[in-house]
Design a protein around this ligand. Structure first.
Ligand code: BTN
Length: 244
């Protein structure tokens, strides 16, 4: 496990999606846990909820990591937590405070999105045997299309350009450190501590209607626990959207 995320790397100029490319390698070859596949550009980068992930050629970090976590499906949320916290640790080494995790796994700075994660698991029985973690982090790009949520990048925040190779290594190190403590009791607490809008009254879309509620916490299995009109509710990823 020592240098798990540093042993096997493959970089492409262009792929359709680093997640798809890596999933193909997983299907066809005997690639090892920790394999990292990156690209300078994706023709059809994929986001959550069937959305696109667009990124200018050679400006940002786009990569996917192959893991064999052997986690119970009931602990699947630990994968999302470790990767979100790994990204947040890495970003906090540039700017100490201000990064938050928008449930389940978007990374924001002052409400603007700087990174997104797409986790795709293969389950056998009740065990997650294989997992592909796709990460898109905005680094040197300074202009973005208008998405649902405004985007930002390290370059916009710090007013300089970065070497993508160096950043990739630093980010992988942060992720590797968090993966090592996948079972740490602190993981859940730390995740909740930087949860976007936690404890704040805000608007959400629930069953096509705008509702005001307060995020209280996240269950161990990853449901968002909210208080709406004085009552407690629990939501899965597909049941609720942030309204802004
Ligand atoms: C999201 O916020 O909606 C998730 C975005 C995930 C984007 C990354 S970029 C690298 C990897 N390959 C993909 O096609 N998607 C992920």
């Amino acid at each position: 496990m020592n240098q798990l995320f540093f042993e096997n790397h493959l970089h492409f100029d262009k792929v359709d999606s680093t997640n798809d490319e890596l999933l193909n390698l997983v299907k066809n070859n005997d690639i090892k846990e920790g394999f990292v596949l990156s690209a300078s550009f994706q023709n059809s980068g994929r986001g959550q909820r069937q959305k696109r992930w667009d990124s200018e050629f050679g400006q940002n970090l786009l990569f996917s990591i192959f893991l064999c976590p052997r986690l119970s499906v009931f602990d699947h949320f630990k994968l999302i937590q470790f990767v979100s916290l790994g990204i947040s640790d890495f970003l906090s080494s540039f700017i100490e405070t201000g990064f938050e995790i928008k449930w389940p796994n978007d990374i924001l700075f002052n409400g603007k999105k700087i990174a997104g994660v797409l986790v795709e698991n293969k389950v056998s029985g009740s065990i997650i045997t294989q997992s592909v973690l796709g990460i898109g982090l905005n680094v040197n790009q300074t202009q973005f299309n208008l998405y649902d949520r405004e985007a930002t990048s390290l370059s916009l925040l710090l007013n300089r350009r970065f070497c993508l190779d160096d950043l990739k290594k630093r980010l992988l190190l942060s992720l590797q450190n968090r993966y090592r403590s996948l079972y740490s009791n602190k993981l859940h607490l730390e995740y909740e501590n930087i949860l976007y809008l936690r404890g704040i009254s805000a608007e959400f879309m629930i069953k096509n209607r705008v509702k005001r509620g307060i995020i209280k916490c996240v269950s161990k299995s990853g449901e968002l626990q909210m208080q709406i009109d004085g009552k407690f509710h629990s939501f899965g990823h597909k049941d609720i959207q942030y309204h802004f």
